[in-house]
Design a protein around this ligand. Sequence first.
Ligand code: F0G
Length: 462
Amino acid sequence: MPLETPTFKTIIEPFRIKSLEPIYFTTPEQRAALLAEAGYNPFLLRAEHVLIDLLTDSGTGALSAKQWSGMIASDESYAGAQSFYRFEAAVKDITGFKHVIPTHQGRAAEHILFANTVDKTKAVLNNTHFDTTRANIEAQGGQALDLVIAEGRQPRTIHPFKGNMDLEALEAAIQRIGPANIPMVMITVTNNSGGGQPVSMANVRAVSQIAHRYGLPLIIDACRFAENSWFVKLREEGYADKTPLEIARELFSYADGCTMSAKKDGMSNIGGFLALNDDGLAQRCRNLEILTEGFPTYGGMAGYDLEAIAVGLYEALQADYLRYRIRSIEYLGDKLTAFGIPIVQPTGGHALYIDARAMLPHIPDAQYPAWSLNNALYLLGGVRGVEIGSIMFGKQPDGSENSAPLDLVRLAFPRRVYTQSHVDYLAEVLLALQQQREQIRGHRIVWQAPVLRHFTIRMEPV
Ligand code: F0G
């Protein structure tokens, strides 16, 4: 009798470890001193003093052996390097766009695009602009409008595609503002600022139809296109049997271009690109690129960065990898929900978001619950997340202070870096925090910069 093979339920990391980077343990006393020295701002800690670093999933991933081998074989020619042509072929194969303009990271692609399309009479419509996207539109004098569906703003409402654009609001905004004042419609997949929530293919298709009916191009902010493709496969009817690559190709087929930070689903430590179908706009963007990024066949990257991305874009689309990645976040989410810790539901692609206002109701908004929770997380367990709340968004252009709509701690997972035992440890730390949550104190501001204050702010416990 042959042995019967059951369907194994444990989803394992689909890699083994060949090159090690140690992480360092600190004592609670050391962390208390280090955090005080850093002005109670985790951005100002030295990374070696952080045990598990969930500050961002951007540029923090592990490279594969295949990426390293491509990097060793890179062509560092200033113009026309083979590495560029390998990179360009990968981007064209996956996205189908005609022009591929490399940039040193995502915000450089945004800058080049908006400098050529936005001025103070213009508005860009998006499900939710990421902060650099918004800042680059506003730096040109334009307006950035967020039109995500209502469910996307409600932390505990369950919806399979909370990143979807509100189609009625989109059409109403186009009619109100007038197509002549809208250089493009954008859609961010997954919707990072809204909790790493996916956008459905049906929604992208509908957004594309509306935009095109008014003669407007659709540009995808594609940072996490592979994770979005996996959610479409899991949750949208008709996609279960398609590969993530097929799904990604369909997604891009509805758009006229994309901006990309390859530090996310490009699986690279640095890099990005702008891809466009419009010949004239691509020409103008290349002209500006030469001024700010470099020659159009390297765009601020080394040849080995181009190689890492050419391989990484396909690795991000591997089903085994995506299954492990999305499941790791969901696994942590299931544990926290069982502990009664309020999180943004359902868990998204690259990160888990804790609703600090709901977890720490004794800390008033003016004493920054999410900032305080993130600091407590470091003090208790050496873990660093990031506040996405009233310190990041609360300061108004006129200098006044408003509470952010959501006060969240984001735990973003670097790609292919941490294993299940790291996640189990993290859950244990969070449970200990939940049990002692009433002891967590608020914070007040000691010093702040005029803009983007969260990076350098100095705080103290109340
Ligand atoms: N768009 C989205 C949706 C992003 O999440 C980011 C970066 C960018 C654009 C800009 O790309 O950093 O390469 O210039 N997000 C990082 C984060 C920083 O932590 O979420 P970049």
